[in-house]
Design a protein around this ligand. Structure first.
Ligand SMILES: *[C@@H]1O[C@H](CO)[C@@H](O)[C@H](O)[C@H]1NC(C)=O
Length: 237
């Protein structure tokens, strides 16, 4: 009998390790400017990435540069392996392997914003989608691949693997619905992500493995407005 209980406990432990947390109706709140507060996201599996899609929703009143999603590779000078850096009022910089591509966007509004970025090493093509709208595509780092040893951080911009944060590039505000795929989503799938009908296979907000460092709160998502919906009114969610 005792071994059965032990076995059950062991099984529960294993399951707990593998099941992430469902943050479906939650957001991360980064309440103030800081060079320490951040969230470490842990990918589902360690594989090298030659293609990817990252999507997330954000809400901020920042008017300076800020990091939305920072992915560093281990090793010297590989901290901008994949970085989404917003430069208000109307530029979004996508870095692939340290090279930055500045894409002009519509001006920032004080509202929830949904951002997706895809990159495909076969062609080097970068797609930037904001609120379901595609901006002119760029080509960067054809043939490059992100190595499996990566560090993904929300709230701060990495200038070294897992660190080197800069107070003036930190995120302040709310972030939610963070998903990542190891392939390029179709335009149709991007629209599904905007309305929360698609989840990531590398990072999945509905089953998230993460670690909070410093002052970051998990709070209920109080209001939603999904672009692309017939009704663009604010609603409770
Ligand atoms: C914002 O980011 C861009 C791109 O990295 C950089 O060239 C610029 O100097 C930054 N602006 C400030 C004020 O730091």
């Amino acid at each position: 009998m005792r071994w059965m209980i032990l076995y059950a406990l062991l099984l529960m432990g294993v399951m707990e390790c593998h099941a992430g947390e469902d943050l479906g109706n939650k957001v991360f709140l980064f309440p103030k400017q800081s060079s320490t507060a951040h969230v470490i996201l842990k990918p589902e599996a360690k594989t090298s990435l030659g293609k990817l899609t990252v999507c997330l929703r954000s809400y901020t009143e920042l008017t300076r540069n800020y990091s939305l999603f920072s992915l560093a590779m281990s090793g010297e000078n590989q901290h901008n392996a994949f970085l989404i850096l917003v430069r208000p009022p109307n530029v979004c910089s996508v870095y692939v392997d340290q090279i930055h591509n500045s894409i002009k966007t519509d001006p920032e509004a004080l509202d929830w914003k949904h951002t997706c970025v895809t990159w495909d090493s076969d062609t080097g093509i970068i797609q930037l989608w904001i609120n379901g709208k595609l901006y002119p595509r760029r080509v960067s780092k054809k043939g490059f691949a992100i190595k499996p040893e990566i560090s993904i951080i929300l709230g701060q911009e990495q200038d070294s693997f897992g660190g080197g944060f800069d107070l003036n590039q930190c995120f302040v505000g709310e972030i939610g619905d963070v998903h990542m795929w190891d392939y390029v989503l179709t335009p149709n799938d991007i629209q599904k992500v905007v309305t929360n009908d698609q989840t990531g296979n590398v990072i999945n907000w509905r089953s998230l493995h993460f670690e909070i460092k410093g002052s970051v709160l998990i709070q209920p998502k109080l209001q939603c407005k999904y672009p692309g919906y017939a009704s663009s009114l604010y609603s409770q969610c």
